[in-house]
Design a protein around this ligand. Structure first.
Ligand code: FAD
Length: 401
């Protein structure tokens, strides 16, 4: 079976790329996904995800935002603080001349919209099927697929392989591409919670001795609670009764939004940073978590992956040969600084706020005060938060501010 572009992984990143390519290029595209949507979802669950302004604009340019908007709760402001210290950094949409800094959207809604759009896109869907071997040749890549419905294994020849198969990317490993891995020895415990007072569209990030706790607005009086804890504490938090967990979360966050009630199902995620040594190899591009998987503290992982998608789709728009070395070199060049800046910043944030070195708490405190008060620094942090430092994304990032 021959195609121009084989996408491996139909999670949020791979499916977004498939939809983008179906709109913008004439290439024959195949999407290979190990799960069988919609009966079994690739990788989305009950979580919500905070999309920043750049991601909203990218989804708009893919013709998807109108369908997502109804499920998206606007984030009008953010408030970042550390327990026990008075300093805080605050950002409001009005500072940036925007209606919202970003949107909190259920993963299921994004997954459903993407896969529904794929259904009539012309992209050939091979699922459930799993890539088990990859051989790179001069004119393309040969993929072996394992699938319960096709024995013996199917072979696909593609001029470009776009690997969006997640943090443990089989493609990356099969091709021998190295990755730097840091296990944070933390888990994120995620759930929904109901608030006694209105959140007014404000997202809170509160740094605690044990790790950051984020409260991100959902519709009505509810919010997504994302609490990072050392792994042993996270295990205990998962085992606690609802009442006990709510009380602990309440003690950690404080009383600003009144009593927490109606705890949703808790899910726990191990946290590690995995950054591939390179984001391309001959005839191969890595995207999303396959290229860089980050700690969720700054809500950047998918936003960064979607910028990989926007840039690759743009490079492939009129490429005669999608796997040409010049196309891949341009992609590497375009993604380099965004990848290293965002993954480096996220890692620095995790490590500086988990570090109890004497004197560091004071520096963190003044860091937050400086971000709040110094206009130049404030603008840089805000633009990063919005995803506006991501290079040429093919969408306008203009604001009225
Ligand atoms: C607690 C938490 C909160 C987060 N919050 C945010 C947030 O607010 N904002 C944000 O931007 N990001 C956030 N993230 C990060 C975000 O969830 C990820 O960056 C994003 O989901 C990665 O998507 P992906 O498609 O690259 O990878 P995945 O979702 O891992 O998808 C990979 C896909 O590849 C398939 N696959 C794997 N191997 C094979 C194979 N051999 N053959 C075929 N298919 C295969 C899998 O079935 C899967 O569907 C958060 C992460 C966590 C853990």
């Amino acid at each position: 079976m021959n195609c121009d572009i084989a996408i491996v992984g139909g999670g949020l990143v791979g499916a977004s790329l498939a939809v983008a390519l179906a709109r913008s290029s004439k290439q024959r595209v195949i999407l290979i996904e190990a799960a069988r949507p919609p009966q079994s979802a690739p990788s989305w669950d009950e979580r919500c995800i905070a999309l920043n302004d750049a991601s909203r604009r990218i989804f708009e340019s893919f013709g998807l935002w109108d369908a997502l908007r109804a499920e998206a709760e606007p984030i009008l402001a953010t408030h970042i603080s550390e327990r026990g210290r008075f300093g805080a950094a605050r950002f409001a949409a009005a500072d940036a001349g925007l209606d919202a800094l970003g949107y909190n959207v259920p993963l299921r809604a994004i997954g459903a919209v993407l896969w529904q759009r794929l259904g009539d896109s012309g992209v050939e869907l091979l699922c459930p099927a799993r890539v088990s071997a990859v051989t790179a040749r001069e004119d393309g890549v040969e993929l072996q697929l394992e699938s319960a419905s096709t024995t013996p294994a199917q072979t696909i020849h593609a001029r470009l392989l776009a690997a969006a198969d997640g943090a443990q990317s089989a493609v990356r490993k099969l091709l021998g591409i190295g990755a730097e891995t840091r296990d944070y020895a933390q888990h994120a415990v995620v759930s929904a919670v109901r608030l006694a007072r209105p959140h007014a569209g404000v997202a809170y990030e509160r740094f605690l001795e044990s790790g950051p706790l984020a409260l991100i607005p959902k519709s009505g009086r509810s919010a997504s609670l994302v609490w990072t804890l050392p792994s042993a504490q996270a295990e205990a938090a998962m085992a606690a009764s609802d009442e006990d967990y709510l009380q602990r979360a309440q003690d950690a966050f404080g009383g600003r939004l009144g009593r927490f009630t109606d705890l949703g199902r808790r899910l726990s995620y191990p946290l590690a940073r995995v950054v591939a040594d390179v984001c391309t190899a001959p005839r191969v591009a890595l995207l999303g978590n396959a290229s860089q998987s980050l700690h969720p503290v700054a809500a950047q992982g998918f936003n960064l992956g979607l910028r990989d998608v926007a840039v690759l789709a743009r490079r492939l728009h009129d490429a005669a040969d999608p796997g040409d070395a010049a196309v891949l070199a341009a992609f590497t060049e375009a993604r380099g600084s965004d990848r290293s800046r965002v993954s480096g910043f996220t890692d620095l944030l995790v490590r500086s706020f988990s570090n109890r070195v004497p004197g560091l708490a004071q520096s963190r405190h003044w860091g937050l005060v400086a971000v709040d008060l110094l206009p130049g620094l404030r603008e840089q942090v805000l633009r990063q938060h919005l995803g506006h430092l991501g290079g040429e994304l093919g969408v306008s990032l203009e604001t009225s501010a």
